[in-house]
Design a protein around this ligand. Structure first.
Ligand code: MIG
Length: 690
């Protein structure tokens, strides 16, 4: 059941798609008062010792969020360490599971501070501005509550099937030949690959919707050449538009007034990769339409996917900000700088980037009037994604275009996915992405994944391999690394054959992963779930933070520790353990409910199949185009019988509701598998029954 409570007058974020009448009075469960801090509101809830608090989407730390302070404030912060409070998204919802069970979503574009047992170990407090819509959802099961929430915020974006292949990125492949080289190395080593990304250097001087003609002289031909190899190119689009006379996007935006203005009414100037830029006013409908249509430049050249970056927005500096810092530093010249002054200077200089002062100095021309950016900050990336998503709907209505963004707010999941930003090649960040995945799924971000192998810092072979073993299960499976870091395309390492085999398993699992993803999207369900949500009454399952249920049939227990040959796993029920080295080399055995140590060498993927569940697998391929989706091999653990709904379509058009897309499968304990449609052939089955 959903109840809505409104405080003050909230800017229409359009996070919610259902019309719900606000009730009078205080929100249930919470004690509510004015916050000490200006005119905000403070909601407090006393937690019992065993209460768990889930949610917050893209955030650091655990699946259970207790014990830290989190701030919804979209931030370009490339160091996702434990003490941080904000990442790129603002997903202001939590689900409390304890004596009371409820989800609450604080819908406001302004900052929200969640103190979840940080100041007082037993107190959950949420501080918002005075203008906020609160939605409280109660229900019996955790998954029912989440589903109701998902219904409230609308159906998730659906990616094309090719985007479920393995993808390679780096900041940056500088020209056609470098990209050809990447493709060649994959193809020659038979490492499956579906896409190569183009980072900022493909543009002419970092100008959106331009191409560096020297590096990409005949781009449409090149796109075609790659397509023949079953490779899609995915260019990046940044939020800032370069100030440069004669550059059409700049000139048009200026003329039409589509950029954010400063307080004097002149376009606000910030600096990002292109140097000085203006920021498109994505909170203005006309500006949004205009910017969205610009993607046509690349669509016309055969491009079918994009990633939107720097849309928190990231601002390296503003003119005022940098001048201020320079003046301060100059004022220290010749002085005897004491330690405190030294630190003050350091802070002053570092504080120039993404400064709150800058966010408070430009404005959006919205339907609700002219509003300062700092009041709408968390909606900026959301509306950039929306600009693209809505334009795609209009320009290519029958075709899915890949779109994912860095910054987001609840609601942008309807127009695109997100990637999880600038993580590091750290083992702890492999674990972080495992934990983040279900929280993101709760608020509708199903097409997501982290930069596998890690973005910043140097990756090692073992890290990339273990990361791949997890990323096999994330809808977005993209290897990406930062400028200046060690090259981490898998062929750069020694055991190429192992990488080939592991990535090959993704293509074997693709019919399962795609089916589960599509069904989750279409039914407003979670694709990746914490054990606590599936085994609500199992006290051990409730504590598990490093295993997930993927779709309906599979449990994963990724290995995220270096120099280890296995790990402890908790099985909430008997399960079939599958240890795979390749699509043709595997061992399967049933393990009893309880705690186990399972071993898996670096090149071995381990996953588990739940009882009376099956997993359809394809015979793989070197790209998603090559996979034969109609000939399957079924893995299963069938004590009695198992049913499965296979979702299959052409992967690119939008007839999601077509009955033909759903195929029923049944398996018995003797390994017989039947299907409701003879389009699908079962060639083999690997079924254990006890
Ligand atoms: O300031 O485009 O998160 O994926 O490679 C860095 C360069 C800008 C940040 C993105 C990252 C991308 C990088 N970008």
């Amino acid at each position: 059941m959903i109840k809505k409570f409104s405080f003050g007058k909230v800017f229409p974020t359009e996070a919610v798609v259902k019309e719900i009448k606000a009730q009078k009075g205080n929100i249930p469960f919470f004690m509510q008062q004015n916050s000490d801090n200006k005119d905000g509101l403070l909601f407090t809830y006393t937690m019992e010792k065993e209460d768990k608090v889930y949610g917050l989407g893209e955030q650091i730390r655990g699946i259970n969020k207790r014990g830290h302070l989190y701030i919804s404030d979209c931030a370009d912060d490339p160091v996702h360490s434990e003490e941080k409070n904000s990442l790129y998204g603002a997903h202001n919802f939590i689900l409390v599971d304890g004596k009371e069970r409820f989800l609450v979503f604080f819908d406001t574009p302004e900052k929200v501070i969640f103190d979840i047992g940080c100041t007082d170990i037993d107190v959950l407090s949420v501080e918002t501005s005075k203008d906020v819509d609160c939605y409280i959802i109660t229900g019996k099961k955790i998954l029912d509550i989440v589903k109701e929430f998902r219904g409230l915020i609308g159906r998730s974006y659906i990616a094309p099937r090719w985007a479920f292949g393995y993808q390679q990125c780096r900041w940056s492949y500088m020209n056609e030949d470098e990209i050809r080289e990447v493709v060649k190395n994959h193809r020659e080593n038979n490492i499956p690959l579906d896409a190569v990304y183009m980072d900022i250097d493909y543009m002419d001087s970092y100008k959106d919707f331009t191409l560096n003609e020297e590096a990409f002289p005949k781009f449409d031909k090149f796109v075609e050449e790659m397509k023949k190899e079953n490779i899609r190119l995915v260019p990046i689009i940044d939020a800032g538009v370069k100030i440069e006379k004669g550059y059409d996007v700049y000139e048009e935006g200026l003329e039409k007034g589509y950029f954010c203005n400063d307080k004097t009414g002149k376009p606000f100037v910030g600096a990002v990769w292109p140097g000085k830029v203006h920021f498109p006013d994505f909170l203005n409908k006309d500006a949004r339409d205009w910017f969205g249509k610009k993607y046509k430049f690349l669509l016309d050249k055969g491009i079918e996917g994009f990633w939107n970056d720097m849309n928190e927005p990231a601002i390296f500096y503003s003119e005022d900000g940098i001048n201020d810092a320079i003046e301060y530093v100059e004022s220290l010249k010749g002085q005897n700088i004491d330690i405190y002054t030294f630190f003050a200077m350091k802070d002053k200089v570092l504080g120039v980037a993404n400064s709150p002062k800058d966010y408070a100095s430009f404005y959006h021309n919205t339907e609700e009037g002219v509003i300062c950016h700092d009041k709408l900050h968390n909606l900026y990336g959301y509306n950039m994604t929306r600009a693209a998503g809505e334009a795609f709907e209009e320009m290519v209505p029958d075709k899915r275009i890949l779109m994912f963004s860095r910054a987001s707010y609840i609601g942008s999941h309807r127009n695109g996915g997100i990637w999880q930003g600038d993580n590091m090649s750290w083992w702890s960040h492999l674990l972080l992405t495992v934990k983040m995945l279900p929280s993101l799924n709760m608020c509708g971000f199903l097409y997501t994944g982290s930069d596998l192998g890690g973005f910043g810092a140097h990756a090692t072979e073992d890290l990339v391999m273990r990361w791949i073993e997890f990323a096999i299960f994330t809808p977005l499976m993209r290897n990406h690394a930062a400028l200046g870091t060690r090259k981490q395309e898998v062929y750069q390492f020694k055991n190429i054959e192992d990488f080939k085999n592991l990535i090959g398993i993704r293509y074997g699992l693709i019919s399962y992963i795609y089916s589960e993803y599509m069904k989750s999207v279409l039914n407003d369900e979670m694709y990746a779930k914490p054990l606590a949500f599936v085994y609500e009454n199992d006290v051990h399952a409730k504590e598990v933070e490093d295993q997930l249920i993927i779709g309906d049939s599979i449990m994963i227990a990724p290995i995220y520790t270096q120099n280890t040959k296995g790990r402890y796993v908790y099985l909430p029920e008997d399960m079939m353990a599958v240890k795979m080295r390749s699509l043709t080399e595997y061992d399967c055995k049933v393990l009893k409910k309880g705690h186990h140590y399972v071993d898996a060498e670096l090149n071995e993927l381990i996953f588990f199949i739940r009882p009376n569940h099956i997993v359809p697998m394809t015979y793989g391929g070197e790209s998603t185009e090559e996979v034969d989706y109609t000939t399957l091999k079924v893995f299963g653990f069938v004590k009695k019988e198992a049913g499965y709904t296979l979702y299959t379509d052409d992967g690119i058009s939008k007839n999601y509701q077509d009955k033909e897309n759903y195929i029923d499968m049944k398996a018995d304990k003797d390994g017989n598998v039947t299907v409701s449609n003879d389009r699908i052939k079962i060639k083999e089955s690997v079924i254990l029954n006890k």
